[in-house]
Design a binder for this molecule. Structure first.
Ligand code: AP5
Ligand code: ZN
Length: 214
């Protein structure tokens, strides 16, 4: 199964990707996590991406498309994958289509901006696994520690309120047009499009997803 998770920053894409990976045994391809790994590794691309990410802007389509194509070509993606944070511009969606990479389901997480800003203030992440927590809504078993590894959780550099608001602006300008793009793809019979109420609690959203995807 090939799935695109579409939604604003903080809409819950990474959280539900963890659930879907476990349920369907398909890998999560998070372009944000891939970029953060490149930053940690100190690569030239990572250093350039960090400047852009810290400003809440998007990394160039060219870099992102190259990263994703390379990742999808790996063996573990043969049975399907979950795209988390990609595509997020029309050129990225076109590049995927041009490369002949079809998708089965596009899932839109609908969450208002004010809920997002509140969520991001409490987010804690485990970079090595991509697991995501919230101090109130999805707390780890032990405060500040990842449930499985016991590693320290961190706050992402781009989770400052000012940067979150910039990222939301970028989402509205550059990513939202994908809603019409994939709705039209669904009408043409190229995929299924589902819109989810992402303001429901984490387990309720997971339950709905399981229902939709069968
Ligand atoms: P990326 O890492 O993709 O960030 P994002 O899309 O902005 O999304 P987030 O990871 O912030 O949110 P999420 O939807 O995964 O929410 P989460 O599950 O964590 O990208 C970062 C940057 O990289 C971009 O700004 C850009 O610069 C660059 N980049 C990445 N991809 C790119 C691309 N394709 N093109 C160009 N540039 C790219 O949840 C958020 C919080 O809410 C957590 O604390 C969680 O516990 C909590 N939560 C989740 N669900 C619920 C719920 N149902 N109820 C209550 N709380 C919840
Ligand atoms: Zn994420």
């Amino acid at each position: 199964m090939r799935i695109i998770l579409l939604g604003a920053p903080g809409a819950g894409k990474g959280t539900q990707a963890q659930f879907l990976m476990g349920k369907f045994g398909i890998p999560q391809i998070s372009t944000g996590d891939m970029l953060r790994s490149a930053i940690k590794a100190g690569t030239e691309m990572g250093l350039a991406a960090k400047r852009v990410m810290d400003e809440g802007k998007l990394v160039s389509d060219e870099i992102i498309i190259g990263l994703v194509k390379e990742r999808i070509a790996q063996d573990d993606c043969a049975g399907g994958f979950l795209l988390d944070g990609f595509p997020r511009t029309i050129p990225q969606a076109d590049a995927m289509k041009d490369a002949g990479i079809a998708v089965d389901h596009v899932i839109e997480f609908d969450v208002p901006d004010d809920v997002i800003v509140e969520r991001m203030g409490g987010r804690r992440v485990h970079p090595a696994s991509g697991r995501v927590y919230h101090v109130v809504y999805n707390p780890p078993k032990v405060e500040g520690k990842d449930d499985q590894s016991g590693d320290d959780l961190i706050i992402r550099d781009d989770d400052k309120e000012e940067t979150v608001r910039k990222r939301l602006g970028v989402y509205h300008d550059q990513t939202k047009p994908l809603i019409s793009y994939y709705s039209a793809e669904a009408v043409a019979g190229n995929c299924q499009y589902h819109k989810l109420d992402g303001t429901q609690p984490v387990e309720a959203v997971s339950h709905k997803l399981a229902e939709l995807l069968g």
